[in-house]
Design a binder for this molecule. Structure first.
Ligand SMILES: CC(C)(COP(=O)(O)OP(=O)(O)OC[C@H]1O[C@@H](n2cnc3c(N)ncnc32)[C@H](O)[C@@H]1OP(=O)(O)O)[C@@H](O)C(=O)NCCC(=O)NCCS
Length: 184
């Protein structure tokens, strides 16, 4: 078995990322997003969307995948320029999703570290993440030092929701997490 690792995503990863994307949305968002929306998520449609997105990485979004010892993509994360207007934070973590069976093994920590290093490499020292307030995974960001910055209402899939922003003013400590060994 090869060692598990994190690497930049390639267009060929689109279908595997889409599988993790749809699976994690269906396990994370029941009771938060409408059931109808979750039932209708299509891995094939997301594979097409990811294929397009991964072909446009130079527009600012960069995506990483976590690959386990069998060579399977078990996690992904994306970052890039901040899309909202929180001053002093040039970067944003857009997404971070770890497949159910791989959660709790350090993938989230290492992916956040890889994104922090990536933003530092392009001269961005600080970043935010927006997370649905009702998503219990937001404690992950608190555990990793994110400071609660702001809340905003959003409409998504016909639901009225609230997002919370967490921020890191210094990505250097976070970037060191990329080197953490996987658990287990
Ligand atoms: C949230 C998520 C990315 C965390 O990744 P992970 O690989 O499971 O987490 P890690 O194993 O790297 O854990 C890192 C630390 O965060 C803590 N942590 C992880 N999830 C947590 C949670 N839901 N609540 C509290 N702490 C959490 C871990 O206990 C660990 O703490 P430690 O340093 O004391 O050991 C992952 O569980 C996930 O994909 N969840 C579902 C999708 C989701 O909600 N994504 C975020 C959308 S904004």
């Amino acid at each position: 078995m090869a060692a598990s690792h994190i690497r930049p995503a390639l267009p060929v990863d689109a279908a595997a990322i889409a599988r993790v994307h749809v699976e994690t949305w269906r396990t994370t968002y029941p009771g938060i997003l409408p059931d109808r929306y979750l039932v209708n998520l299509s891995p094939a449609a997301y594979a097409r969307r990811w294929s397009v997105l991964l072909g446009q990485e130079r527009r600012g979004r960069r995506t990483f995948v976590g690959v386990d010892g069998r060579g399977d993509v078990v996690a992904f994360a994306s970052c890039g320029p901040q899309r909202t207007a929180l001053s002093g934070y040039g970067g944003e973590f857009y997404a971070i999703y770890v497949a159910g069976e791989a959660q709790g093994q350090g993938w989230g920590r290492r992916l956040l570290g890889a994104m922090a290093q990536d933003l530092l490499d392009v001269g961005v020292p600080a970043a935010v993440v927006w997370v649905l307030r009702d998503n219990p995974s937001r404690w992950f960001y608190e555990r990793l030092g994110g400071q609660r910055l702001a809340e905003q209402p959003i409409s998504f899939a016909g639901a009225r929701l609230t997002e919370t922003a967490y921020g890191w003013t210094d990505l250097i400590p976070l970037s060191r997490l990329a080197a953490d060994p996987p658990v287990g």
